[in-house]
Structures are given as C-alpha cells and as structure tokens.
Design a protein around this ligand. Sequence first.
Ligand code: AMP
Length: 583
Amino acid sequence: MEFRKLAEDFSKIESTTKRIAMTDYLSDILRQAGPGIIGKVVYLIQGKLYPPFMGIEIGMAEKLTVRSVAIATGIPPKDITRSLSRTGDIGDTVYEELSAVHHEVKKPLTVSEVYGALDKIARTSGPGSTEAKINMLADLLKRAIPLEAKYIVRTVTGKLRLGVADMTVLDSLADTYGGGRQSRPPIERAYNMTSDLGAVAEAVARGGVGALSGFKITVGKPIRPMLAERLKTPQEILAKTGGECVAEYKYDGERVQIHKKGSEIILFSRRLENITKQYPDVVELAKNTIVSDTSIIEAEIVALDPDTGEMRPFQELMRRRRKYGVKEMAKEFPASLLYFDCLYTNGRDLTETPFLKRREELTQIIKPLVRAKLVEYTLTVNAKQLEEFFEKAIQDGTEGVICKAIGPHTYYQAGSRGWLWIKYKREYRSEMTDTVDLVVVGAYYGRGKRAGVYGSLLTAIYSPETDTFKTITRLGAGFTDKDLAELPKMLEPYKIEKRHPRVDAKERPNVWFVPGLVLEVIGAEITLSPLHTAGFNRFRKGSGLAIRFPRFTGRYRTDKSPEDATTEQEIIEMYESKLHKVT
Ligand code: AMP
C-alpha cells in the first residue's frame, strides 16, 4: 500500500464533519490495507506505532523536526521556525515549505517503508541518538510529497489527532472483514481481552471472525477495564442490583491492573499505559502480597501520609506520575494498594466467573499486609445499612462506595460501563481554601515511626455561644520530627485526667488537655461527619462538620488564646460558601 493513499484518506477524514463519511474513509483504508499491513495502519491512524501498553513512543520535539525539515529542504531553520509561529502547526508548515521548494520524488513511499523508518526513529536511543533521529527523519522527508510529510511530522511529534475512536475502528472491521455488524461482539471481545487493536485487525483481515478464537487473556497485555454507572440513592442502587449487593469503599486514587508472572510485575493504568516504573514501591507491595504464580489483579493505588499512615488526597498521588525523581517521590508520598478484583489466576480466565467467586479467588491469593490488602467491603440487603456503610466510607477519607451486583451472571464486563457496578458518591463538596486556627484538646499515642510521641492531635473550634470547644478533626500531618519531639513537652502543662468540661467531643483520645495550644491548619475540604461535634445537627441530623485531610502549616499561634481560635459560626459559613455540586 502506498503511503500517499493513507495520507489522502487522513486528509479527507480531517476535513469532513460527517461521522458517516469518516467511517466510510476508514473502511476504505482498512479494505485497501489488507492482511500483512492492516495492523500497522491501525496504529498509524491513531498516531502510534504499537498499542499504548507497549509504551513505545516516537516523541520527537518540534524543535528537532524543524532541523530535519531544514536538512530535507535546504531552507534555514529560522525561516521554518518563523513559519511555524505563523501556522501554529508543524504539519502545515512542512506542507507549505515542501510545496515551495522543487521537490522531486522518484519512488513512491510505501506504508511499510514509512512505518519502518518511524519505528527505527522510535527505537534509537543513547548517546548521539538525537542527531541520528534528526537525520533519519530528514531522509524520510526527502522522499515524501508535501501531503505525506505533513502527516509524518505530525506523527513523530505526537500531534496526529484524527479523532478516530477505537470503537469506530471495530465497527469498520466488522463491516469490512467480518461480514457485517453481527460480528461486532466477538471482535470487540477480542479487543477487550488484549487491548491490541492492530493485532485484532490483522487477525480479522486474515481469517475473519473465526480467527479470533485464539485471542485469550495474556499476562502482560492489559484487559480493558470494567466501569461503573452512577446512582443517587441506596434504594435505586438496590433496585438495580436485585435487592442485594457488595458495597466496597471507593478509594480516591489511581486504578491499576497488576500483571504477575513469576517474580515479574507489570502495572497498567486505567488508560492502559505501562506505569511500572513510576511505582517501584507498588511493585514491591504486589510481589510481597500476591502469592499465585500468574495472575491479573485490579487494585486502587492510594497515597499515604508517611508519618501517620493516613490516606492523602489524589493530587498528591498524581505528583508521582513523573519520569525523574521517582524514588524521592515514593518516599514523600508512599503508596498503599487496595485490591478489588481478580481476572485471571494460574492459567484460568475468571472474566466469566461471577463476582463473589472472583472475590473468593482474590482472597485466596492475597496475603495481606497493612499497606496492601483487600478493599473494605460489606454485603448489604437494605438501604439503611448501605447508607451507614457509605457514611463510614466518607468518614474514612474515601469518595463513597461502589456497589457490586452478586448474582450468577455478574461477569467482568471488560471495556464497558454497566449496571453490575454502581457508584454512590457524595453529591456535594465544600473545598477549603483558607487556613483555620484550631485548639488542641486531646492526643492519640503514636505507633511505628511515631512510637513514644503523639501520633495525632484531637483539635477543636470555639463556640462563643456555648463557651465550649467542639471537635472538628484529628490532625496528624504536617509535623516535622522536631515538632513531634517537642509537642509532648509543649502540651505537658495542659494534660488532665478526663475530658475538660468546656470540651464537647464524641472522640475518645488517649490523653486529654485543657484547651490552650492553638495551631494553624489547612485541609482539603469540610465534610459532614458523625464523629465530630462542630456544627452538630446543623446540616444533617446526627452529623457535625469535619476537616478532611488536615495538615499543620507549621505555625504555632501562641499569639492567640483558645477563645481567639476559629469559631463555630466561621466554620459553618466556610462550609456553606464553598458548597458545590459534584459533577
Ligand atoms: P469513576 O472514575 O468515578 O468512574 O469511578 C470508578 C473508579 O473508581 C475506578 O476506575 C477505580 O479507579 C476507582 N475505585 C476505587 N475503589 C474501587 C473499588 N472498590 N472497586 C472498583 N473501582 C474502584
């Protein structure tokens, strides 16, 4: 197949506004490609050379491609850069520059040749590789007509965005090689099991739908994840799940699919990228807790506070998505693993096994540790129970719960969003933007690294109306080692045997204090909580307000008396003013 044909179809796809026309062009490309090349063509349509899980990117910076264009055309780089700032697109610039010079192409480029050259560029690394890549690209551009060059440079810079969805390619494959839409389900299943669109295309083009029987789950190839629907009340959820379900905590972290083969561990993200290198600590946790020889397991990675062992906000985990400084970040934001499904174990595909059986298998192959264990869950058959479990989940710092149907046909629906999993999240959030000044009224003994000092402090706001201190959060984060060492001494003078009469609390700390020391604290949000007494019954019967993810800013407000701390009214206003609907 000539590359020119592909470039012309890319151009047509780009210029149409009609979905049907786009699908027609796509089918045209796939038909022309045929077995042998169709796999490569499918990756190229998506601006790639391989399925995303292989992690092979061409990733040449625009600046470097400018140099290749300069070599190929003889035009000075600064002129190309000037054109680039005018067009804003390297593809358009190359098209213009190549059209302007006399550019004779002797032998037309084939798709295989272009693919081969791009592959070589992608795989070139090490010292001197930058120059080598520039020259390889220049050689390719010398042989390209302007339209081909346009798509080549967009591909190498990662800017080819034809917007052809995987699902559209599957439709097109069914029409072109499968004899019609009835063959769509087996084609999609093969894709969901292997996440390799090119390999599926190649098989269907070669042997029709029958050739897909060989597409089995393989350790090392990610399975497309099952997704959850959403409902607003426990009643609606139970109605959908047939009156009973397993409710699990919905942790606010990053989904990971863990593939284990002997001692090798591969981690895939929800978008099926290989993220093994970013999480060396997760690899270790998986090695130490998964006991089966081969398996594919799903879990949520959550960031932990290294000092208190408490969960931290999602944003902190996302700071670990980086190429450099991986080890340092793992120390600063260590991860914990919460396992929730098992899709494959010791040669057995479990995707067509009901949920409870999969859960049983999962339990058998996990030897839990504090930092790597099964998600919290409960089997529930009534709405009140479900609501209580949900409240507990929120209190424990999660986003809510995911309810999972448990009937005989509750299979793992790879790649689809269905009613077998239903999420139940809070409808409102109230983000915290300002710091507050809180009074220390109690403390909990520390464990592990904090043995011998306080692990966390029970803190309160002040209510002038009742002249009481009402608790609002348990504060453990943000303290330096020096703070931790000094706090027992600082708090010693305030220590008392029992709760102080001016303190209104439901919590039972190990040590009580006379309200005295004031600390500046910032949190992620203010939430409803049955455990704290600030604003009790104000927004919901049986609940007060709590600060979620509190952190000491480092400022001891010794200038403030406890009566100068943030007041109950202020907290109520902060909660109300920032309250907004969660989308
Ligand atoms: P959402 O991203 O809001 O559609 O919610 C689904 C996501 O919740 C999944 O992709 C997982 O990353 C995450 N999650 C957290 N806890 C669980 C759990 N127990 N079961 C399934 N997914 C979970």
